[in-house]
Design a protein around this ligand. Sequence first.
Ligand code: PEP
Ligand code: MG
Length: 396
Amino acid sequence: KSQKYQLFSTILSWADSVRTMKVRANADVPDQAKIARGFGAEGIGLCRTEHMFFAEDRISIMQKMILARTKEDREKYLEQLLPLQKQDFIGLYREMEGFPVTIRLLDPPLHEFLPKREELMVEIAQLELTGKDGAKLEEQRRLLARVEELHEFNPMLGLRGCRLGITMPEITRMQARAIIEAACELAKEGKKIVPEIMIPLVGMVAEMKSQKDLIREVAQETMKRFNVKLSYLVGTMIELPRAAVTAERIAEEAEFFSFGTNDLTQTTFGFSRDDAAKFIDYYRTVKIMDADPFATLDREGVGSLMKTAISGGRKSRPGIKLGICGEHGGDPSSVEFCHQLGLDYVSCSPFRVAIARLAAAQAAIAEGDAKATVKKAIPARAKAVTVVKAARRTKS
Ligand code: PEP
Ligand code: MG
């Protein structure tokens, strides 16, 4: 290893010795997890399971599952996806060598899994023109009708996050089964895996409870089948203002909170995370904003909701595990803020892990310096008070 690398490792090891927050990575596949470990990630803070289904061999099964009209049909496709998901998780657990792995249940904007309406329309028009393949034309018309039924005007506010698992519980069942089966298999090899199952886009405690109950039921069945007793956690993302302000209730059901500050920024400002770049630069030029809130945590608004969520969460569950997995988890100034809030960990993209380790150490040092200054200031003040008092006495 090069001299530069050794120097870099030495600096990071110093950083590790002073930081109090853990640093995890957002990773969806074993290769990313491996890179994350290489940079020193101490676990996965977010595995976005929807990304696992974009691979060529899976997207078509996923599409058929979402397009299916009945639970039985959906289950047929989910049955095909189960072994693939299980292998995904086994791969992640192995790479993480016993470090925590937080797996988030499916959270797509639905349209990402649907065939494109416009493309279907063009195809239908072509089939109508040629008039050759009547059967195909009928099939594509039926498909378009189903796509129209599922079409959403505002997918980011639609059937996303836990809403999908609640309306189609068989999806949650399949994922919970894959997560627990994978951990049970490794437990049989003597490996200790503690999966952290994360429910996305929770806004109401009843959403959290219904998904958690379902997961617990599947986990019990699965552990019994494998004759393995596992520990696992079920928690939630805090990424909606309603979740932050009702955190006390939500923590009655959730064993951990992870701040999804991408969505929390979007929903707090009412800025589309996909479109805000178009006006944020202008806002900065005319001094309406100093920074891009999607890059650097907005402490006044989003940060204040985080504080509310933390104090609410701790009321009903003191010691609740707290993390962040939005983009801000790798931004040094946001990492400092997370340290001040008392989060247990930040989670960021694998390539930002080293920066986050340094930033977490700097935050701890800054806090230590601040405490030391206060400590120093106290005797100095006491001395000053004594001197002033003595001076008064001599005067009188
Ligand atoms: C978030 O919203 O901050 C988050 C981590 O989830 P995603 O980016 O996948 O919506
Ligand atoms: Mg989100």
